[in-house]
Design a protein around this ligand. Structure first.
Ligand code: SF4
Ligand code: SF4
Length: 128
């Protein structure tokens, strides 16, 4: 299996032509200018979007591991406690919690990429 964070179709900034960009997890480069730090770890990771969070504390209530807290009203997670059950994300009505990391087989990734073959051939694009 190959773990990815995102598959971007019709990408136009990651090489010539129209492309499908596949972001793998587990990148060891750790470049200081990296715009996708969620790709660094091989693990499935919880992401919290502070802009979407209304601090309703529902996620804290449902977390079976008591991993989420609100010290001084700020959302905080203890990642050493988190079991990755994803209950918090399912209960968050604002989609403030998401998980980065989905496993695909090679054949599944090739099948997704090949959906846009006509665009690659017309534009000189491909897969990044
Ligand atoms: S359930 Fe969602 S909106 Fe509510 S505090 Fe948790 S992350 Fe924020
Ligand atoms: S993924 Fe599960 S254990 Fe981790 S913070 Fe969310 S509810 Fe708690």
């Amino acid at each position: 299996m190959i773990r990815v964070t995102n598959i971007e179709r019709f990408a136009t900034h990651d090489g010539p032509g129209i492309r499908t960009t596949i972001f793998f997890k587990g990148c060891h480069m750790h470049c200081p200018w990296c715009a996708n730090p969620e790709t660094w770890s091989q693990k499935v990771e919880l992401l919290h979007d502070e802009k979407k969070c209304v601090h309703c504390q529902k996620c804290q209530t449902v977390c079976p591991a008591s991993a989420i807290a609100f010290p001084e009203g700020k959302w905080q997670i203890d990642r050493s406690r988190c079991k990755g059950c994803q209950t918090c994300a399912q209960e968050c009505l604002n989609d403030a919690i998401t998980f980065s990391g989905t496993d695909y087989t090679e054949d599944e990734l090739v099948a997704i990429a090949m959906k846009d073959r006509d665009f690659y051939e017309e534009s000189g694009g491909g897969v990044t």
